[in-house]
Design a protein around this ligand. Structure first.
Ligand code: AP5
Length: 235
């Protein structure tokens, strides 16, 4: 286990002192910083593995797999793709992981049905749910963050035109590629994504709170501070 491991040691000794796969869920609205915070955590802790359901789906759309072709329309409209599609992708990914690690799930589960399926997947893999971190950010900040988000198609680095600007406007600091805007980051789709979050994902807060697994973390302020809050919430 790395010295910088974000989980307290007792999470790691879940099965008779033998380290197993642990799952940490990052919950929060669109633009709440799930991907940004996960990226920072993973960069500092080699035991963590970041799994973004949005990235998995965007990759499937790009490769035009059967799941990607089906998911594309839902994503363009800012709706959730059917539970079975994304749950299958996550289950396949978890089944393929060998050796102990902490899985940082970003964007999954997003419905109570997905959370129930994940319970079965976790049990089937002999893994355990360590915690659910809720990044709390007001809607007007979410809208501003999404409107200014830019992504690098070359290396995957993320930016924001004013909050986290690249050194040269429109160009990735790390690899020099031209930055792009995500297809679903237009005002109409964002409105729908926020409504979908309220209707279908917010019920998960109560679901995990009832189990004592939920950790609420204020998701505004400097990114380093938020990362520190998440570390504290997990220790
Ligand atoms: P997904 O890709 O998961 O999108 P999302 O949940 O809407 O979340 P985002 O990726 O928009 O935001 P984020 O929270 O990662 O924020 P970020 O770190 O980028 O899903 C896309 C679509 O796929 C869905 O609409 C759905 O169709 C489908 N899908 C995915 N999962 C699914 C599932 N489980 N079931 C069904 N369908 C599914 O930050 C945002 C911006 O803010 C960035 O520009 C960043 O630089 C900036 N920023 C971050 N933190 C700060 C800060 N502290 N201060 C200032 N700026 C900040």
């Amino acid at each position: 286990m790395a010295d910088s491991c974000i989980l307290a040691p007792d999470f790691w000794c879940a099965k008779d002192g033998v380290a197993v796969m642990n799952v940490v869920i990052l919950l929060g609205g669109p633009g709440s910083g799930k991907g940004t915070i996960a990226g920072r955590l993973v960069a500092a802790d080699r035991t963590l593995r970041h799994v973004s359901s949005g990235d998995l789906l965007r990759d499937a759309v790009k490769r035009q797999t059967a799941a990607g072709v089906e998911a594309d329309g839902y994503m363009k409209r800012g709706e959730l793709v059917p539970d079975a599609i994304i749950a299958r992708m996550i289950a396949d990914l978890m089944a393929g992981i060998a050796g102990p690690c902490t899985l940082l799930l970003d964007g999954f589960p997003r419905t109570v049905v997905q959370a129930e399926i994940l319970d079965g997947t976790i049990a089937g893999c002999g893994a355990s749910l360590a915690a659910v971190v809720l990044l709390e950010v007001a809607d007007e900040i979410l809208v501003d963050r999404i409107a200014g988000r830019r992504a690098c198609p070359g290396c995957g680095a993320g930016y924001h035109v004013t909050n986290i600007p690249p050194r040269v406007a429109g160009i990735c600091d790390a690899c020099g590629s031209a930055l792009t805007v995500r297809k679903d980051d237009n005002p109409e789709t964002v409105k729908n994504r926020l409504a979908v979050y309220q209707a279908q994902t917010v019920p998960l807060i109560e679901f995990y709170e009832a189990r004592g697994a939920l950790r609420r973390v204020p998701g505004t302020g400097p990114i380093d501070e938020i990362v520190e809050r998440v570390r504290r919430a997990l220790s």
